[in-house]
Design a protein around this ligand. Structure first.
Ligand code: XIL
Length: 345
C-alpha cells in the first residue's frame, strides 16, 4: 500500500484537492484514481497545458498492461530511451523508425502531443559516431556531416508528427560553460549547436526546437550560462524556439518560486519554456542510505507536486510555460531506482 506509485499520488492530490491521511489510507486502487472517460484527466485540471510522460517499453501501449490505464491519463508522450541516437541510427546510415512511428500513432489516436528526445547528446550515442574505421576521432568536417545526416534524416522522416524536438541535450557544464564533450572537442565551438538547430529547422519548419538541460531550473551559474548561450544564438538568428528544464529535483530544492523565476526568465527571451523531465527524488544526495518510504514521506512528496503544479498552471495561464513532462510512469519503473545509486529505489 505504501509503495504506491508517484503518479497515482499526484492524481489523487488533484482529485481530492488536498493531501490528507485519509487519501493515503483509503484504498487507492487504480480504478478509483483513473478516469475511465475518454479525456485524459489532465485535460480537466490543466486546460491548455499538455502533461506528458516518458515511456520506456512497448508493454505500456498494450491495453491489457496495468500501466496502460495510467498512460491514458496523459496527453503528451516522449520516449525515455527509444528515440536517442543509438536507438535511431545504431549503425551508420541505418535508421530505425519503427518505435518512433508507433509512439506517434499512439499519441495521435489519443489526441496527444509528442516530444522527440533527443537528436544530439553526449550519452547514448552509437559507438561509430565519433570514430573513423581505424578507431580514431573523425575530423570536424566528418562529424558535422554525420550530425547533419542524423538530424535531417530523422526530422524529415517524422516531419509534422513531432511537435517538440530536443535538438541538443545537456551541452553545458555545471559552471555554465560549454560541456567538454566529443562534439566540442572535435568541432571546437558552439557551431555544432547552431548548425544542429538550423538543420532541424530546415527539415521541419513547423517543429518547435528545444535546448534541454538539467540544473538550469534553478538560479546559478549553469542557468546563467544557458541564458547567455541562448541569447547569443538567438542574436545570430539560430532557430531556437524553447528551453527545456529537465527538472530532476528533490523534496526541497529548488523552491517553487525559484522555478517560477526561471520559467519567467527564459520566457522573457521570447522562448517557449517546458518542464521536460520532472521527477522528485525523496533523497537529497547520493550519500543518503536507502530508507523506508513512509506515508509521511509520500504525503510530503505529494504536497511538493501539488505546489509545483499550481505554479505551473499559473505560468501556463501567463503564457510562460507550454508543457510539463514527468520522467516515468511510476515509482517501480523510474530510472531513479538505479541513479545515482544502484538499487536504492
Ligand atoms: C535516462 C533514462 O531515464 C534511463 O533509462 C537511461 O538508462 C539513461 O537516461 N537526462 C536525460 C534523459 O535527458 O535522457 C535521461 O534518461 C535522464 C537524464
Amino acid at each position: 500500500m505504501l509503495k504506491q506509485n508517484t503518479i497515482l499520488l499526484i492524481l489523487s492530490v488533484f482529485l481530492f484537492s488536498c493531501a490528507t491521511n485519509k487519501m493515503v489510507d483509503s484504498d487507492m486502487k487504480d480504478k478509483q484514481l483513473v478516469n475511465d472517460k475518454e479525456n485524459p484527466i489532465f485535460y480537466t485540471y490543466f486546460p491548455g497545458l499538455p502533461i506528458g510522460v516518458a515511456v520506456n517499453t512497448w508493454e505500456y501501449f498494450d491495453e491489457s498492461n496495468k500501466y496502460n490505464k495510467l498512460m491514458k491519463q496523459f496527453n503528451g508522450f516522449v520516449y525515455e530511451n527509444s528515440m536517442k541516437m543509438d536507438a535511431m541510427q545504431p549503425t551508420e546510415g541505418n535508421f530505425e523508425f519503427g518505435n518512433a512511428k508507433k509512439l506517434i500513432k499512439y499519441a495521435k489516436d489519443n489526441n496527444s502531443v509528442v516530444r522527440g528526445h533527443t537528436l544530439l547528446w553526449h550519452n547514448q550515442y552509437p559507438n561509430w559516431f565519433f570514430k573513423d574505421i581505424d578507431g580514431k576521432d573523425v575530423s570536424k568536417d566528418v562529424l558535422l556531416k554525420r550530425i547533419e545526416r542524423h538530424i535531417k534524416t530523422i526530422v524529415t522522416e517524422l516531419k509534422g508528427e513531432v511537435k517538440y524536438w530536443d535538438v541538443v541535450n545537456e551541452v553545458l557544464e555545471e559552471n555554465g560553460t560549454l560541456r567538454n564533450s566529443k562534439y566540442l572537442e572535435i568541432v571546437g565551438s558552439e557551431e555544432y549547436i547552431a548548425k544542429a538547430f538550423q538543420w532541424a529547422h530546415e527539415s521541419d519548419p513547423s517543429a518547435k526546437l528545444f535546448i534541454n538541460d538539467y540544473s538550469i531550473c534553478f538560479s546559478g551559474a549553469k542557468q546563467d550560462g544557458m541564458y547567455n548561450l541562448v541569447k547569443k544564438l538567438l542574436a545570430k538568428g539560430v532557430p531556437i524556439h524553447g528551453v527545456g528544464l529537465q527538472s530532476h529535483i528533490n523534496m526541497s530544492h529548488p523552491n517553487v518560486e525559484d522555478m517560477r523565476k526561471t520559467i519567467k526568465r527564459f520566457a522573457s527571451l521570447g522562448l517557449e519554456v517546458q518542464v521536460t523531465e520532472l521527477d522528485i527524488s525523496v533523497y537529497r544526495s547520493s550519500s543518503e542510505k536507502k530508507m523506508d518510504i513512509t506515508t509521511d514521506i509520500l504525503l510530503e512528496q505529494a504536497e511538493r507536486y501539488r505546489s509545483l503544479f499550481e505554479m505551473f498552471k499559473e505560468e501556463a495561464q501567463n503564457g510562460n510555460l507550454t508543457m510539463v513532462t514527468l520522467w516515468g510512469l511510476s515509482d517501480d519503473k523510474t530510472w531513479l531506482n538505479d541513479f545515482p545509486v544502484k538499487g536504492r529505489g
